[in-house]
Design a protein around this ligand. Structure first.
Ligand SMILES: Cc1cc2nc3c(=O)[nH]c(=O)nc-3n(C[C@H](O)[C@H](O)[C@H](O)COP(=O)(O)OP(=O)(O)OC[C@H]3O[C@@H](n4cnc5c(N)ncnc54)[C@H](O)[C@@H]3O)c2cc1C
Length: 498
């Protein structure tokens, strides 16, 4: 008899589990607390799909090559459905910096570096419709999971036998999956049952603010600046996210320590004013070219968190697998959460196929997730820490970086960044790491990379002038004065808060 799989949650991770496991013939049921999407297509979902369970549904999302390639290789019909619904694939060539655009020659492998651009509501809607068409997948909306069915596991740990549903008898299953997202209640239920899952957690130290827009008929996307549509001014980061059906969004990420800016940016008039001051963004939000179609959505409590289901090879639970944000959360700025979820779901499929022994399944899954994803997690966390330090120092007009930090920044700004804009081979390698097709730091530590970076740096600013970006936006003092915000900050308190 086919194994039964009960899944808590039908967000991105739950849907990825259905995608990965449906071809194995198991009987899969997803239990989702939120209602189904309203009748209609992408617009109806964007405007009316009530998703209290996913606070970030209407924030910018981009779906990196790791996820897109997985869909292309394993679920080509889904890629067709996404295209038919208006989602697009932005290619490596389209994302090239200005100086490389004219002399670009396609190479084998470039086709792997495409990202799917779409509103998250469109992406979820299409995957949902696709998995609903699989004979062995059932998606039950409006079903609140309120606990777990557990028993002591053979050889220790807690064995999970099913989900406890509000208003219905328990859903028993051989495999139970936690795809309940960042606030999944399951970890506490397990703790109550005697299984404590070790975790580490750290603030991303930023807040996210997103607004969606639609291009005016015939206006289309404005020409891209020479160095793209993203930027980092220290006191804020920004990016344009092209999406489906003539829509796009803009996200402004504000460091936690920028308290006055955080409070102000959620006001639409302030958000628009900021966008108008950012050269890469201003043509996008020009009222002659685009109109807002949402309010400014804010999102805080952004954390990196890693949970270990089989610490040192000893499973804490049996028949129970966490996938998606309930297993590992990362800073949304890197756009990797959905790729993590998809990679985990497919690693789980492989572990389940390899053995029927519950403890071995748990060990295999945990070990493979750690091997495949932990290097990205560590790399992102290191970058978050560095960005948080930079934001804090930016509040202190008297701060002077130590020489080592100054040297590192010069290497980054005058060496690595400029080399990436000059050299397509280097850019390809960096993009493969960014898209999670290669380990995050491998390209950077290759001797050839170091040689290119040092050679670029040695040419000096004058020779490299064509590769420097035009100013990507006003400095903090200028922007704050323009917005009428106080530039001062209670540094002692912020430092004490860490
Ligand atoms: C602001 C923001 C921007 C992001 N941008 C990107 C991006 O550009 N690219 C990217 O790849 N990732 C991005 N991410 C990360 C990505 O959105 C998450 O990694 C992804 O949503 C994780 O999917 P999930 O299914 O684990 O959780 P969710 O998508 O949150 O889904 C969890 C589901 O479980 C349901 N649920 C919870 N509890 C219960 C219960 N008791 N009973 C029944 N159902 C329940 C919820 O209703 C929900 O549907 C972003 C995240 C944030 C916060």
């Amino acid at each position: 008899m086919a194994e039964r799989v009960a899944v808590l949650g039908a967000g991105m991770a739950g849907l990825c589990v259905a995608l990965a496991l449906a071809p194995t013939g198991r009987e899969i049921t997803l239990y989702e607390r939120d209602p189904p999407p309203p009748e209609g297509g992408a617009e109806a979902a964007f405007e009316g799909w009530a998703r209290r369970g996913v606070g970030h549904l209407r924030h910018s999302h981009a779906f990196l090559a790791r996820l897109r390639n997985l869909i292309r290789a394993e679920h080509p019909g889904l890629l067709e459905d996404l295209r038919a619904a208006g989602a697009r694939e932005l290619t490596f060539a389209e994302g090239l910096p200005g100086p490389l655009r004219d002399r670009y020659v396609a190479e084998p492998g470039d086709e792997e570096l495409a990202v799917i651009v779409s509103r998250r509501t469109t992406m979820e809607l299409v995957i949902r419709r696709y998995v609903e068409r699989r004979n062995n997948v059932t998606l039950r909306s409006g079903m609140f999971v309120q606990g777990l069915v557990t028993e002591p596991g053979a050889g220790g740990g807690v064995a999970v036998r099913g989900l406890n549903l509000a208003g219905e008898s328990d859903a028993l299953a051989e495999i139970v999956i936690d795809a309940g997202g960042r606030a999944s209640p399951a970890v506490e239920w397990l703790r109550d049952a005697g299984a404590t899952i070790p975790e580490e957690e750290e603030d991303c130290a930023i807040l996210y603010y997103t607004r969606f827009y639609r291009h005016e008929p015939g206006a289309g996307e404005p020409p891209r600046g020479r160095f793209g549509v993203t930027g980092d001014l220290g006191y804020l980061k920004f990016a344009v996210f092209p999406a489906d059906n003539a829509t796009f969004s803009i996200t402004v990420a504000v460091p936690q320590v920028e308290e006055a800016l955080r409070a102000a940016v959620v006001r639409p008039e302030v958000f628009d004013r900021i966008c108008a001051r950012l050269p890469g963004i201003a043509p996008w939000t020009d009222p002659a070219r685009a109109s807002p179609i949402s309010r400014v959505h804010g999102m805080g409590d952004l954390k990196s968190r890693w949970r270990e289901m089989a610490p040192e090879g000893t499973p804490v639970t049996l028949n129970w697998f966490a996938v998606g944000d309930s297993l590992a959360r990362t800073n949304p700025l890197f756009g990797r959460g959905c790729s993590f979820a998809a990679a985990e779901a497919h690693l789980l499929r492989d572990a389940l196929s390899q053995t029927t022994d519950p403890a071995e399944r748990a060990r295999l899954y945990s070990h493979r997730v750690r091997a495949a994803l932990r290097p990205y997690y560590d790399d992102m966390r290191a970058q978050d820490r560095s960005a948080a330090r930079r934001a804090l120092h930016g509040l202190d007009p008297g701060y002077r970086r130590p020489w080592r930090a100054r040297l590192k920044r010069r290497l980054l700004e005058d060496g690595i960044t400029i080399a990436l804009r000059r050299d397509p081979v280097l850019l390809r390698a960096a993009m493969r790491a960014f898209h999670m097709l290669e380990p995050p730091q491998a390209w950077l530590t290759r001797p050839a990379t170091l040689a290119k970076v040092l050679a670029t740096w040695a040419r000096g600013r004058r020779a490299n002038a064509p590769y420097y970006a035009e100013k990507s936006g006003p400095g903090r003092t200028e922007m704050f004065a323009d917005l009428g915000l106080p530039a001062g900050a209670d540094l002692a308190r912020l430092r004490a808060a860490g």
